[in-house]
Design a protein around this ligand. Structure first.
Ligand SMILES: N[C@@H](CCC(=O)N[C@@H](CS)C(=O)NCC(=O)O)C(=O)O
Length: 212
């Protein structure tokens, strides 16, 4: 059975797993989870993920949720491509950045995404200036952390592209539209420009579409 990826493609967390699968050239079937019709709240979807959130991976009856776990699962299927580095310390550095992404980077990016992109799509009014300010304050703290790492090495966990780069860059899939305040960070700009040039990035961007 092929892998099924249950996603709402416009979401950065969906982008993350699609980008990983596309980069690794792993065949999969995309199952559209339509937020506009609350497809993630149905009993069928809830039985896959009791959190009622996507993305979810399914393979031969095995079900996995949490986007970074899914990225690692996919990466582990193609060990030769090195997205999950064989060296323990390098691998744990990549995993560390994935935890950081879930705990800090994703919630900060999500503020701009929700206020400036999601609200427009779902007709939920204008961006809330207090929320934007909260996002800017968080970014002012997080931006230098990521930028500092990227000033030292080509990718976040060293010289090689890893799962961490996939997880962190996915949040920036709609960064221009959501106007992330990332202008001061030369390291992040250099890194994201390089990642956006990957064929899998363009392929994944083409899959993003608002609900019909
Ligand atoms: N930590 C989870 C977060 C998943 C998540 O929050 N997904 C959001 C979309 S971006 C969702 O499905 N939201 C539906 C809802 O909140 O009702 C992951 O990385 O997979």
């Amino acid at each position: 059975m092929t892998i099924k990826l249950h996603v709402f493609p416009l979401s950065p967390r969906a982008f993350k797993v699609l980008f990983a699968a596309n980069h690794l050239n792993i065949p999969y079937e995309m199952v559209f989870v339509n937020f506009a019709t609350a497809a993630h709240k149905t009993p069928e979807f809830t039985s896959l993920n009791p959190n009622q959130r996507m993305p979810v991976l399914e393979e031969d009856g095995y079900v996995l949720w949490e986007s970074n776990a899914i990225v690692q699962y996919l990466a582990a299927k193609k060990p030769d491509l090195g997205l999950l580095p064989a060296d323990l310390k390098t691998r744990m550095t990549a995993v560390k950045w994935q935890f950081w992404e879930t705990a800090h980077w994703d919630p900060a990016c999500a503020i701009f995404m929700f206020e400036r992109v999601v609200k427009k799509i779902f007709g939920r009014g204008d961006a809330d200036p207090a929320e934007i300010k909260r996002g800017e304050d968080l970014m002012a703290r997080l931006g230098p952390v990521l930028d500092g790492a990227l000033q030292k090495t080509r990718y976040v966990a060293g010289d090689a592209f890893t799962v961490a780069d996939i997880s962190l860059s996915a949040s920036l899939a709609s960064a221009d539209q959501a106007q992330f305040p990332l202008e001061p960070y030369r390291g992040i700009q250099r890194w994201i420009t390089e990642i956006r040039a990957l064929p899998a990035w363009a392929k994944t961007k083409a899959m993003q579409k608002p609900p019909g």
